[in-house]
Write a protein of this length. Structure first.
Ligand code: NAP
Ligand code: GLV
Length: 309
């Protein structure tokens, strides 16, 4: 029985080391150099090449190397009859919160405005809104969204969240479904996108929805580049509808050198680093799932490929 690590833009070696550190007898191999494709029963994937999973006739389980599974389902030849599992990890949630906290504070304490003033040698104090009167809106109240929403509420922000189904989270007012999206957006000073990329959420950060935000709101997108309509963001920034945007994810990664986002001084961009899975932290859950699979038991962190998350 072989575990194969099939990834294109991640270094697989720390993953092999983390798994072998837990169990030196494990047969962990790296695509495309597995000794026998027929021995592979468990695939650990991140942006695998389209169609490659058809090479493994005895595959029994596919595990994402991160929280999202959109990179798996992008493949038209993805075997949707196999169980799909993903990473759920407290460290991932904490790391995401640390990034979001930095981005939120950057806008909340007007650092974007001070940076622009600095280039004009302009000494001018801004008056930030009170923390309790600053509304953070979190789109997606799953494992990552709920954690951050709850933490922001504990430090004093007014926090509201939007998800498919209604939630009960202390300190966070919950809005649900397309019906309540407009009401949710109309209150948000700093909008955070933490939705999974699905057919329903693709392009949700479009001009129509951005225009429902109060004038001068800020956007933080840490979910997926395809949630955002790039041209709509530029329009909203030019018109002042959005004051600024902090982007960690892009339609094309790495972002093309020619992309207008690089030179836009209202955009703060980072290279998909808001929350990177730590192989040492998640190896125990992967190994546990591998053993559950081998013994035919129910898997942990299983997702529904038909729902898309
Ligand atoms: P999750 O636990 O699956 O949560 C997804 C949330 O989105 C749920 O609250 C769900 O609502 C909501 N949702 C899904 N479809 C919706 C729709 N059509 N309308 C409204 N709400 C909808 O996901 P997660 O673990 O928190 O991760 C979220 C995403 O973050 C990942 O999919 C990935 O794309 C991204 N991510 C990015 C990084 C990075 O480094 N940039 C790192 C990790 C993850 P219900 O609960 O009601 O179903
Ligand atoms: C990162 O983008 C993840 O989905 O874990």
């Amino acid at each position: 029985m072989t575990i194969s690590i099939i990834c294109t833009n991640k270094d697989p070696k720390p993953w092999v080391a983390a798994l072998r550190a837990l169990d030196p007898t494990l047969d962990v191999q790296i695509w495309p150099n597995e000794s026998r494709k027929a021995d592979v029963e468990f695939a650990l994937c991140w942006n695998h090449p389209e169609g490659v999973l058809r090479d493994y006739p005895n595959l029994r389980c596919i595990c994402s190397m991160g929280a999202g599974i959109d990179h798996l389902l992008n493949d038209d030849f993805f075997p949707k009859d196999l169980p799909v599992i993903r990473i759920i990890d407290p460290l991932l949630a904490q790391s995401m919160y640390e990034y979001l906290h930095t981005a939120v504070m950057y806008y909340f304490r007007d650092f974007d405005i001070y940076k622009a003033q600095q280039y004009q040698s302009n000494w001018k104090q801004q008056s930030p809104k009170a923390i309790a009167h600053t509304t953070i809106g979190v789109m997606g109240l799953g494992k990552l969204g709920e954690y951050s929403a709850s933490k922001f509420s504990k430090i004093g922000f007014n926090v509201i969240g939007w998800s498919r189904t209604q939630k009960t989270i202390t300190g966070v007012k919950s809005y649900a479904s397309d019906r309540q999206l407009g009401e949710f957006l109309s209150q948000v000073d700093i909008l955070i996108c933490l939705l999974p990329l699905t057919n329903e959420t693709r392009g949700i950060l479009n001009l129509e929805n951005i225009n429902k935000l109060p004038f001068g709101a800020c956007l933080v997108n840490v979910a997926r580049g395809e949630h955002l309509i790039d041209e709509d963001l530029i329009t909203a920034l030019n018109e002042g509808q959005l004051r600024g945007a902090c982007l960690d994810v892009f339609r094309e990664e790495p972002l093309s050198q020619m992309h207008p986002f690089w030179q836009n001084n209202k955009i703060l961009l980072t290279p998909h680093c808001s929350s990177i899975t730590d192989p040492n932290s998640v190896a125990p859950q992967i190994l546990k799932n591998y053993r559950l699979m081998k013994s035919g038991q129910a898997l942990m962190n299983q997702v529904d490929p038909f729902r898309g998350y």
